[in-house]
Design a protein around this ligand. Structure first.
Ligand code: NAP
Ligand code: ZN
Length: 348
């Protein structure tokens, strides 16, 4: 074991504070990473506040990790000290089930998430990326191109793959009309990807002041979702809508906008269920409501390579770790432009 430092929440109602803890020694397949940046995902807030249940404390959140390889185990291949690397939401899986065999480790029943998950190495909960250092099995470490700004690349590890994966799975491309609901961390990446894939992109926001930014990020049109007169012209016209909202809300307003056979994909994970869908609205046009969870390792690497090729990163606000509690409050007020990223140099 070796000493690490970070920020942790000790209960679901207390702020994050400095925290000393230990990381495991490297096994032959492990890579030690000096963490340079870590994004602040709304999932961190849900878990710190125990909004999904099952949170364990102390909790060091953080699953949008970018850093440099600082040490490698004896069996590590393809990585060397000094390489720029990333770690997202996953750090282990069984490696043998149908999901793992199809490179969909996120759906493996034994998937181990980056924090607040059982760690077989220590027998307790693992700790995430709001920290100076982490040890991860090489199979769960991603390569990050040095063409990308490393701080702005950090959110790709969760917000990026969570929006890229459903756009790929439901084959969004040229000629499609695509909606994105909620302009936050996930939503702004969804707009960038859908635009890069050639779709006609409509941003649905509750914050009229974000309209200009939405257009700059790649939206062709912006709809303020609380104005029915702005929603009406889009009835039954969308191929695909990606809903990133973190709070329960009426989904019927969005299913009504889908064409026959259109798909509403939910990626936001609210603490309470959405009001139930108007079933007739689904049946009469064979519409679908689906969900999607992050992405597997292979697809995450493909997404990072796509970003390097198309020069796509996140729009970020860099903060010292001492401001993380204020950043949480701003995320909760939808006042994030469009991802907070912690500069880990501020820890020292
Ligand atoms: P975020 O940065 O807070 O963005 C969410 C956006 O939703 C807000 O900026 C706001 O945008 C809009 N919004 C907020 N409250 C709303 C409400 N009551 N009604 C309608 N719109 C509202 O959050 P995020 O980090 O992108 O995460 C979004 C959700 O995805 C969270 O629940 C998170 O846990 C989840 N998530 C899921 C996965 C997965 O694998 N499925 C992965 C990562 C995160 P406007 O101001 O534009 O309205
Ligand atoms: Zn996340």
């Amino acid at each position: 074991m070796y000493k690490a430092i970070g920020y942790a929440a000790h209960t679901n109602t207390s702020p994050l504070v400095p925290f000393n803890f230990e990381r495991r020694d490297l096994t032959p397949n492990d890579i030690q990473i000096e963490i340079l940046y870590c994004g602040v995902c709304h999932s961190d807030i849900h878990q710190v506040r125990n909004e999904w249940g099952g949170s364990t404390f102390p909790m060091v959140p953080g699953h949008e990790i970018v850093g440099k390889v600082s040490q490698i185990g004896s069996a590590v291949t393809g990585f060397k000290i000094g390489d720029s690397v990333g770690v997202g939401c996953l750090v282990d899986a069984c490696g043998e089930c149908a999901d793992c065999n199809e490179h969909l480790e996120q759906y493996c029943n034994q998937a181990v998430f980056t924090y607040n998950s059982y760690d077989k190495h220590t027998g307790g909960s693992n700790y995430g990326g709001y920290s100076n250092s982490v040890v991860v099995n090489q199979a769960f470490v991603l390569k990050v191109s040095d063409k990308l700004d490393l701080a702005a690349a950090a959110p790709l590890l969760c917000a990026g793959i969570t929006t890229y994966s459903p756009l790929m799975h439901w084959q969004v491309g040229k000629g499609d009309k695509v909606g994105v609901v909620g302009l936050g961390g996930l939503g702004h990446m969804a707009v960038k990807f859908a635009h890069a894939l050639g779709a006609y992109v409509v941003m649905f926001t509750t914050t009229p002041g974000k309209a200009e930014d939405a257009k700059r990020l790649g939206a062709d049109a912006v709809v303020v979702s609380k104005n029915p007169e702005e929603m009406m012209p889009h009835l039954a016209s969308f191929d695909f809508i990606l809903n990133t909202v973190a709070a329960p809300h009426n989904l019927d307003a969005y299913t009504a906008l889908l064409k026959r056979d259109g798909t509403l994909c939910l990626v936001g994970v609210p603490d309470h269920p959405h009001p139930s869908p108007a079933v007739g609205q689904l049946i009469f046009k064979r519409r679908r409501i689906v969900g999607s969870l992050i992405g597997g390792l292979k697809e995450t690497q493909e997404m990072l390579d796509f970003c390097a090729e198309h020069n796509i990163t996140s729009d970020i606000e860099i903060i010292p770790i001492q401001q993380v509690n204020e950043a949480y409050e701003r995320v909760l007020k939808s006042d994030v432009k469009y991802r907070f990223v912690i500069d880990m140099a501020s820890l020292l």
